[in-house]
Design a binder for this molecule. Structure first.
Ligand code: URA
Length: 200
């Protein structure tokens, strides 16, 4: 399977949407290829477009603080967005842009193969929890095919609203135990299978 660097080259050449013409840089995502946790935001903003890196503005600083609250640095996780180009004036991503960019996110998930996918905000939540409302499901986890899906409010929204900030901070603190539980279950399995072999 091709790795992330091949994918980055492909994304850098992408001209499928109108917004490809106004971008300064594509923002494919960054972090550890073997990360346990994949965070998915919405779309690059001004600073991300300038630097070609996700979450480097005010929301990014807050995300780094949230990661530090659970003992993680951004290099230990993977951070991506639903769409890889900045929408002009930070408007919401259009359905066609989300559709055009979807294959890139799917390939990132395939390569990184995370144990946990954390959606940040409504747009990435809608991809993994269609039809759900973020105010109802934030901070709750769902396991499908051995991957934990966990929805959070977007850090940018939480920067401007104190009550959301408390929710985001509390939700982030749930991540380590969810991940630890999934590892225990996954690692217990081969041992159980081994025992069965000895019993035969
Ligand atoms: N908001 C996002 O959703 N993504 C970024 O990369 C920055 C801000």
């Amino acid at each position: 399977m091709a790795g992330l660097s091949e994918l980055y080259t492909e994304i850098a050449r992408c001209q499928r949407c109108e917004i490809a013409r106004s971008r300064t840089n594509v923002v494919p995502g960054e972090g550890a290829e073997s990360a346990d946790i994949l965070f998915i935001g919405e779309a690059p903003g001004f600073h991300e477009d300038q630097q070609g890196r996700p979450f480097v503005g005010a929301a990014g600083q807050f995300l780094e603080q949230l990661l530090a609250s659970i003992g993680l640095k951004r290099q230990q996780v993977y951070i991506a967005n639903v769409i890889k180009c900045r929408p002009p004036n930070n408007r919401d991503p259009l359905p066609i842009e989300i559709q055009n960019c979807r294959k890139y996110l799917e390939r990132q998930i395939e390569v990184i193969h995370p144990r946990m996918i954390v959606t940040l905000g409504r747009y990435s939540m809608a991809m993994f929890f269609p039809g759900k409302s973020i105010s109802k499901i934030h901070g709750t986890a769902e396991k499908r095919d051995n991957v934990i899906y966990f929805a959070m409010y977007h850090p940018a929204a939480a920067l401007h609203q104190q009550s959301l900030r408390r929710d985001v901070e509390a939700d982030m603190l749930k991540i380590p135990s969810l991940l630890a539980q999934s590892k225990t279950v996954a690692e217990a399995k081969p041992k159980a299978q081994q025992l069965n072999m000895f019993e035969l």
